[in-house]
Design a protein around this ligand. Sequence first.
Ligand SMILES: Nc1nc2c(ncn2[C@@H]2O[C@H](COP(=O)(O)OP(=O)(O)OP(=O)(O)O)[C@@H](O)[C@H]2O)c(=O)[nH]1
Ligand SMILES: [Mg+2]
Length: 673
Amino acid sequence: MKDIPVADVRNFVLVGHTGSGKTSLVDALLYKLGVNDRLGNPGDGTSMADWTDEEKNRKISIWAKPFDAVWRPKGANPLRLVMLDTPGYADFYGQMVAATQVADAALLLVDATAGVQVGTVRAWKRCEALGLPRAIAITGLDKENADFNGTVAALQDLWGVRCEVVTFPTADKKGVVDVLSGQSPEAEELRSKLTDVAAESSDELIEKVLNGETLSADELAQGLRSSVVQTKFIPIFAVMARQSLGLDELMQGFGRLMPSPADRPVKDESGAEVNAAADAPLVAQVWRSINDPFVGQLTLARIWGGTLKENSEIFNATKEQKERVGTIYFTNGKKNDPTPEAQAGDIVALAKLKSTGLNDTLCAVGKPAKMAPIVFPNPVASFAVMPKNQGDEDKLGQGLSRIADDDPTIHVQRNDETRELIITGMGDVQIDVAMERMKVRSKVEVTLSTPKVAYRETVTTKGEGHYKHKKQSGGRGQYGEVYLRIEPLRPGVDHWFVDGIVGTSIPRNFLPAIEKGLVEGMTRGAVAGYPVVNTMVTVYDGSSHDVDSSEIAFKIAARTAFKDGMAKAKPVLLEPIMNIRVTIPAEFMGDCTGDLNHKRGRIMGMDAEDGMQVIVAEVPQAEVFKYSSELRSMTGGRGSFEISFNRYDIVPSNVAQKVIAEAAKNKQAEEEE
Ligand SMILES: Nc1nc2c(ncn2[C@@H]2O[C@H](COP(=O)(O)OP(=O)(O)OP(=O)(O)O)[C@@H](O)[C@H]2O)c(=O)[nH]1
Ligand SMILES: [Mg+2]
């Protein structure tokens, strides 16, 4: 936007627990600023921001999306707002991760009836990790039992940062008072707190205050803004989106207190500062890539510095390739407004870029720079996915890869051990939404099921195996005899075997056949048909027959001797053990640890963190495939967890018996087919 200087741009991301009113606030601002001609409501499907079918159906935000509008207050410079609405729902955390990384500041929404929730803490932590300047908006003030002062007090207690009220609701909740200009005793009292905060920001201001001078509104604002940029101060606003109250005060507050793109030094990956000025070299970062069925590939980029012009040639520094930009759009929901150029703070949509993808940095030709990539959280919930209709395998593969292209927190992988296609995401809601999207876009329907556990087998002691394969059924007979030894290797060393045959008891030309027999035995082990690992096999003797010995005879002899040896070497099943880190409100500690114990988990530690309890445990993978939905129902959505593979460990015998019985049943079914 050429008519508005970078200093008058406020780019911010809205974060907070699901249902805290982020999208409602965006809708209220878009209506107030004339971008929309009616007040949309995400609660009834009329939102301009939650516009996709999947968001309308579910009444929650699913994607992080940019919006922009200009506020033109009387007698002051216009202020350009670039807003990023994000989903608060845990499954869509990856979207918040991306949007926070490309914002200049965050507005954290807290519902005055619910207070600080898991989603609030999650958002806070992300902002902390990025050192993102923050403001807080208290919502839900029109609801019964809304407690503005109580919520403020809770926030002030929680994080050890100065959080002070900048606007507050009147007692009748029919208006909002601005502390910087308000005349009531309450406003004055709050203003003196803001004066303290501002004074701490510079020696000059502190001196003035100590001398008993009052700070001018400008001095106050400047001091406060520099504290905000240093994340030493967090202004708190009262907003009532549905009533359109507190919005002017919020925008005024953002203009005064929150940083412009030029106020906060942003560095590229090499540590060099990115110049936000319009005439500086272009630096832009791709934070979302959309595979739109109608438009095709859409790339969302944040401009950090310089000017992006339509129909121009730029350089993708990540891919080290030139890229041609056609039309540039500002997007407000479904609405795409073409713009001839865009500057620092802007978020633009670019159509049909040739080779640009997520996390790429776009630059001026000849001035390469790279921004640090967005690191997405690891997905935690896995499902086996199968097409409903046989013959749809190819369509499924394409559909899934498009899903994974759009959402970096969905991974798709084939598990060779269990021969299943596995989709892994942040939770079952995200996967359900993605499968619905795939049905519409790629016309393929699927069934989801709990993945099979990739069990493995090993031995715990030495065992001798022997088999003589001897058949005489008319004509030429079959003969091969193998002696071998099986012994455990330490974990992590993969199975292998040694050619320990001395002398000439087995002719060398049969060694490959013996090897084949062993490989067969090891890929479909002796306990329940799972691969054998951490095991050494040594074939040390055998015998052959001049006429009847054959490759097939030695292969059978080796495979059978292997089974014999396994049985004698005290074989066990191994299962994947996961590290799990569960974050819950303290009241769920008992339920949660009880549940983990019940799941054969081992609690490794407990800790308090930001008002929540953290449990660290080890738990078998077989027990936690459904953990994301179980934890949600156990804690009413207030818990979250991270999970990662730790190691393989022995399955206790009572559990192993069930796995072995199941394997025998499946084998029988296979043979009968
Ligand atoms: N009474 C009241 N209802 C509100 C307020 N803000 C939002 N709502 C309603 O609460 C519901 C959720 O609001 P959203 O704006 O969608 O919440 P959100 O923070 O965007 O939620 P996610 O997108 O899931 O993260 C909707 O039905 C809104 O109409 C408020 O201040 N007061
Ligand atoms: Mg929303």
